[in-house]
Write a protein that binds this ligand. Structure first.
Ligand SMILES: *Cc1c(COP(=O)(O)O)cnc(C)c1O
Length: 414
C-alpha cells in the first residue's frame, strides 16, 4: 500500500511543496525521490544538479529554449474546445493539444530542453533510452537540430514491435542499439543507457525520457514539461473564462501529467486526476497502474511507487499503450498522492480504446492510446459532476498506434 500522510503532516509537506522546497537538498519530495546509484555516478549527478540550478534560471538559456520551443517545436500548442463531447458528456471539455507539438507528443519539450542543457554542460554526445520509440525519436530530432551525436538504447523486443520508429531515429541521424539483455524492453534499455553514461560521465550526457531516475532528473523533467500546464492555465482563463474544475492527464512515467498538474497545484479548488493503465485488469502483471496498485520501493535510481511482488521483485507490466508500460513512476506523483493533492485512477485497455474511438468520431482527433486513458478518466468524472469545466491533456497523436488499432478497434472492419 501507498504511504498515506496524516492530515497535519500532509498539510506541512504541501506547504513546503508550494514554497518550491521540493525536491529538497537530498533530491526528495517528502520521503520519495533521492539517489540510489553507484558511487561513480554521484559526481556526474552533482554536476548535473548544479547545471540545472544554474541554467534553468539563466535568462540567455531560457531565451534560447523559448526560441526553440516557439520556432521549432510549435509552441504554444492550442487549447481546443471539444463541443460535441461537451454536449454528449454534459460538461465543458477542453483539450490541451500536445499532439500538435513537433514529433507528435509532449516528449519533445523535454528532449530539446535537456539537449540544450547538455551543450551548456560541455557534453560531446547524447545517450538515451526508449521503449516504444517516441522518446528516442524526440531525442534524435533534438540532437540533429543541435548538432549532437546521439545513441539510443532500445530493447530488442521493442525494436521489432516499433520498427517504424527505429527507421525514424536512423533517418534523424541517431545510432540505435538493440538491447538483448534483461527483459529486452524499456527497463533493460534504461540500465544499458546508464551503463554507457557511467563509462564517460563528463563527455556523455544521459537524456532521460520521463520524470523518473535519480535526482535531479525528476525535477528537471518537471520543470521542462511544466510549459504544458503554464500555457494551459493561461489559455483556460483567457478562452474558457476561468480555471477548470478538474484536470486530467495520463500517467506512464509521469512527465506529461506532472508538467500539466504542477502549475495548478496551488489552485486548491482545481481537482487534479492522473489516469494510469489498468490493462487487462488488477492482477499483478496485467497492468501498469503503479500508483493505484503498487507499493513503495527503489527502481532505477529513485524511491517511488513500484509494481513488485511480495518479495520485492519488479513485475512485468502490460498496457495496450506502449508509452504507459513501465513499472515505476515519478517520485513527485507518489508524493502528491500520499499528500492527497492529486487523485489517481485507471482505465483498462478496452476502456481506453473506446475513448479513443469516441474522440475520433466526435472531435476529429486521432489521439495516442496513452492520451485516451486521460479522456476515459474525464468521461467517468463528467458523469458524476455534470456541468463542470474539464481540461484534458492530449499528450500525443495516435498515428503511431495504427498497427495496434488495426489489431483491435479495426479488427474485421478493413
Ligand atoms: C510517452 C508517452 C506518454 C507517457 O509518458 P509520461 O512520461 O507519463 O508522460 C503519454 N502519452 C504519450 C503520447 C507518450 O508518447
Amino acid at each position: 500500500m501507498a504511504i498515506l500522510f496524516e492530515a497535519g503532516e500532509a498539510e506541512a509537506l504541501m506547504k513546503r511543496e508550494l514554497a518550491g522546497e521540493f525536491p529538497d537538498a537530498r533530491g526528495r519530495f517528502g520521503p520519495y525521490g533521492g539517489r540510489y546509484v553507484p558511487e561513480t555516478l554521484v559526481p556526474a549527478l552533482d554536476r548535473l544538479a548544479a547545471g540545472v540550478t544554474r541554467w534553468l534560471r539563466d535568462p540567455d538559456f531560457l531565451a534560447e529554449l523559448n526560441a526553440q520551443l516557439s520556432q521549432w517545436v510549435g509552441r504554444p500548442t492550442p487549447l481546443s474546445p471539444a463541443p460535441t463531447l461537451s454536449s454528449r458528456w454534459g460538461a465543458q471539455v477542453w483539450f490541451k493539444r500536445e499532439d500538435l507539438a513537433h514529433t507528435g507528443a509532449h516528449k519533445i519539450n523535454n528532449a530539446i530542453g535537456q539537449a540544450l542543457l547538455a551543450k551548456r554542460l560541455g557534453a560531446k554526445r547524447i545517450v538515451a533510452e526508449t521503449g516504444a520509440g517516441q522518446h528516442g525519436v524526440a531525442t534524435a530530432a533534438a540532437c540533429a537540430r543541435l548538432g549532437l551525436p546521439c545513441t539510443v538504447y532500445m530493447g530488442a523486443v521493442d525494436c521489432e514491435r516499433q520498427a517504424p520508429n527505429v527507421g525514424r531515429m536512423k533517418l534523424l541521424g541517431a545510432t540505435v542499439v538493440p538491447v538483448t539483455g534483461g527483459d529486452q524492453t524499456l527497463r533493460a534499455a534504461i540500465d544499458e543507457a546508464l551503463r554507457d553514461w557511467v563509462a564517460d560521465p563528463n563527455g556523455t550526457y544521459y537524456l532521460i525520457g520521463s520524470a523518473i531516475g535519480p535526482h535531479p532528473y525528476p525535477y528537471m523533467v518537471r520543470e521542462l514539461q511544466s510549459v504544458i500546464g503554464r500555457e494551459a492555465r493561461e489559455q483556460m482563463i483567457r478562452q474558457a473564462g476561468g480555471l477548470p474544475d478538474a484536470v486530467f492527464a495520463c500517467v506512464g512515467g509521469g512527465s506529461n501529467s506532472i508538467g500539466m498538474f504542477h502549475p495548478f497545484i496551488a489552485d486548491r479548488d482545481v481537482r487534479l486526476i492522473g489516469v494510469e493503465a489498468g490493462g487487462r485488469g488488477p492482477a499483478l502483471g496485467d497492468n501498469s497502474a503503479t500508483l493505484t496498485l503498487g507499493r513503495p520501493g527503489v527502481l532505477q535510481g529513485c524511491y517511488s511507487m513500484l509494481l513488485q511482488d511480495e518479495n520485492g521483485q519488479i513485475q512485468e507490466t502490460h498496457s495496450v499503450s506502449a508509452g504507459l508500460d513501465y513499472p515505476g513512476v515519478a517520485p513527485e506523483h507518489a508524493f502528491l498522492m500520499s499528500a492527497g493533492r492529486v487523485q489517481y485512477d485507471s482505465a483498462t485497455d478496452d476502456e481506453a480504446l473506446e475513448s479513443l474511438a469516441e474522440c475520433c468520431e466526435t472531435e476529429g482527433i486521432l489521439a495516442a492510446i496513452e492520451s485516451a486513458h486521460a479522456f476515459c478518466g474525464a468521461r467517468k468524472w463528467a458523469a458524476k459532476n455534470p456541468g463542470s469545466r474539464i481540461l484534458v491533456c492530449l499528450s500525443g497523436r495516435g498515428d503511431k498506434d495504427m498497427p495496434t488499432l488495426q489489431r483491435t478497434l479495426l479488427k474485421g472492419k478493413l
